[in-house]
Write a protein that binds this ligand. Structure first.
Ligand SMILES: [Zn+2]
Length: 411
């Protein structure tokens, strides 16, 4: 990392602080810059690993009750995985110190600034995190860093991340509606994958994938709604409701309109692309930033999304679009493969998720060779959901190496 880049990240953190200061009247800027003496810089962890074979299905936890109780049940079940994800976040922040100018304490201070916004709008999901921290016996403040890592690092994780697909009755062999997703992320988080089957007291039942201490957001619910999330890179990010919490709220929606509305909640910190599909065959890419959005309707019966904005309106606020070439290649490759078959099934969508064109930056992503730890990524979990039958298949690790296993809502 060079000095200019470091300056740029500092300026971005300062800008966000000024925005929260004007929104809350609080002066938090002086708390952010916890400089660490150079001699204490920890060498980056070696995160490069060969493709791992997972012979067993990813573990599932069945939870129910209040949001706090559900969080506690997840925490108790996956204590080691949650602690491991905190250790990973700690290592990532340390490895990018020169760029971020944040140590772990500084990262926690930064993450805590986001939580009052979440508490005001979505106290139930903050309760889930509190419960998870209690159940796993980990520090809540450290858990907030895991859930706000993209914001805390001011998007300096240089991952391009994720491919999402959806097809409706026009494109499937049996008339069902299918949605699919490859989660591309830091290789070190791959061992922490699990599935949550939840029956909240006050919201629809859902099945979703997650890892470590992250709230679940990619999955489907008993109302026949599915969500897949893809990182995007808006230039208007600010301190606000973390992306993970905004997207968690989509799983609580009962209608497609409500699901879209949840992605656009005021005072959001930034945005994802939310691919939202309904069993009726209605499908949208909802492209979101902190202050703007656009809806792309799945008119033709098939949709894909990777990590660049597709809407012209949103493209105008995309930060550094020339850095996003591989994601554009993945997008066109995915659309090409979707459109050449009008009789898609679980198997044909799995084959698209295993595609290696443009390797290692392919749909089945293997970009683990970069010298800089925060630039390494790979597909750590892959899934296809049938919204009509309320079923999901999920492959843990690289989908080219590992089998898809069944997860049903009526388990
Ligand atoms: Zn592969």
């Amino acid at each position: 990392m060079n000095w200019q880049k470091s300056q740029k990240v500092c300026q971005e953190l300062h800008r966000r602080d000024q925005s929260v200061q004007s929104a809350t009247g609080l002066n938090t800027f002086f708390l952010v810059y916890v400089r660490r003496p150079l001699e204490l810089i920890i060498e980056p962890m070696n995160l490069v690993k060969p493709v791992t074979k997972y012979p067993n299905p990813a573990p599932i936890v069945h939870v129910k009750g209040s949001h706090r109780e559900m969080g506690r049940q997840i925490g108790e079940q996956f204590r080691n995985l949650i602690q491991h994800s905190i250790d990973n976040a700690k290592a990532i922040v340390a490895s990018d110190y020169e760029n971020l100018q944040l140590d772990w304490e500084g990262a926690q201070i930064q993450a805590r600034k986001y939580m009052p916004f979440a508490q005001e709008r979505y106290p139930q999901y903050v309760d889930e995190l509190v419960g998870m921290a209690e159940g796993a016996n980990v520090n809540y403040s450290e858990l907030t860093v895991v859930n706000g890592l993209e914001g805390v690092t001011s998007d300096s994780l240089h991952l391009t991340k994720c491919t999402s697909l959806a097809v409706n009755q026009l494109y499937t062999a049996d008339g069902h509606v299918l949605a699919a997703h490859n989660e591309d992320w830091l290789p070190d988080d791959e061992p922490d994958i699990y599935v949550v089957h939840a029956k909240p007291d006050d919201e629809p039942e859902f099945i979703a994938m997650t890892y470590g201490g992250l709230l679940p957001n990619v999955g489907f619910n008993s109302e026949g709604l599915a969500q897949c999330c893809d990182s995007v890179y808006p230039s208007d990010s600010r301190i606000g409701i973390p992306r993970v919490i905004v997207s968690r709220a989509v799983l609580g929606a009962r209608t497609i309109g409500q699901a879209i509305r949840h992605t656009l909640v005021p005072l959001r910190a930034a945005g994802y692309n939310h691919l939202i599909a309904h069993e009726s065959g209605e499908m949208y890419n909802v492209e979101v930033s902190a202050r703007h959005f656009d809806l792309l309707y799945g008119e033709e019966g098939c949709l894909a999304h990777t990590n660049n904005y597709l809407s012209q309106r949103m493209e105008s606020i995309e930060a550094e679009p020339d850095e996003l070439v591989h994601t554009r290649v993945r997008y066109f490759r995915a659309m090409h493969l979707l459109k050449e078959n009008h009789k898609h099934t679980f198997k044909t969508l799995e084959a698209i998720l295993q595609d290696h064109v443009n390797y290692p930056d392919s749909i089945c992503n293997h970009s683990i060779f970069d010298e800089i730890p925060v630039d390494r990524e790979k597909t750590i979990v892959s899934l296809v959901m049938d919204l009509t039958a309320r079923k999901m298949v999920l492959a843990w690790g690289s989908p080219c190496t590992n089998s898809y296993h069944n997860y049903d809502m009526d388990l």
